[in-house]
Write a protein that binds this ligand. Structure first.
Ligand SMILES: Nc1ncnc2c1ncn2[C@@H]1O[C@H](COP(=O)(O)OP(=O)(O)OP(=O)(O)O)[C@@H](O)[C@H]1O
Ligand SMILES: O=C(O)C1=C[C@@H](O)[C@@H](O)[C@H](O)C1
Length: 184
């Protein structure tokens, strides 16, 4: 484990997953929650509960800038009030100012085509695509992915490649890297 992670773990024991829409942040967070028996949160879900409406409706009625303000508000609350949790985030959440104060940041990395292939193959893939406003136009989403790829890497304490890897393989890699123990 590198020094940056060791220092962070002393201060704040959250694990924060970042990465592009559909890369598997929610899926991997839930699998890790099952193995470690820690509690979990998802920033998109928190925002939908706080606003009592879906993200696509927030974007449609109040626009992206308003949604980004809600992400910042959520980030402040996470830093101040949440410990020992496994946190999955929206695809643009990594831009909040205090991300590194929330916990150890894990970037789940895949190519754009890898993400699309998986979403299209999945039974609820269409629903997944429909509920993310920034995934509606494939070429725009590809450009956003290109713009963000190296920004995700810069924010990450740990990068985990997820393309063509099973959930089990990914969880194994994360638990080994962060020295996490399985709980009965
Ligand atoms: N390693 C994997 N192997 C197979 N399928 C996976 C894997 N990771 C994720 N998936 C599938 O890919 C889809 C997208 O995953 P998920 O919803 O967890 O992504 P996400 O990053 O949380 O997306 P968003 O940010 O848009 O909420 C889901 O249908 C999920 O079941
Ligand atoms: O990548 C993004 O900027 C977004 C991803 C989703 O998880 C949602 O947070 C929202 O649709 C914005």
């Amino acid at each position: 484990m590198n020094r940056k992670i060791a220092v962070k773990n002393l201060k704040n024991k959250n694990i924060v997953f970042i990465g592009f829409m559909g890369v598997g942040k929610g899926t991997i967070a839930r699998a890790l929650i099952q193995r470690t028996k820690q509690m979990g949160l998802d920033t998109d879900d928190l925002i939908e509960s706080m606003e009592n409406r879906k993200i696509k409706d927030i974007f449609a009625s109040d626009g992206e800038a308003y949604f980004r303000r809600l992400e910042k508000q959520t980030a402040k609350w996470l830093e101040k009030s949440v410990k020992n949790a496994i946190i999955s985030t929206g695809g643009g959440f990594f831009k909040v100012d205090n991300l590194e104060k929330i916990g150890t940041i894990i970037y789940l990395r895949s190519s754009f085509d890898g993400i699309l292939k998986r979403l299209k193959a999945h039974e609820n893939g269409d629903l997944k695509l429909a509920k993310r406003p920034l995934l509606q136009d494939e070429e725009k989403a590809r450009a956003l992915f290109k713009e963000r790829s190296c920004l995700y890497e810069k924010k990450a304490d740990v990068i985990v490649d997820v393309e063509d890897r099973s959930i089990e393989e990914i969880i194994h890699a994360i638990m080994k890297r962060l020295n996490l123990k399985e709980k009965e």
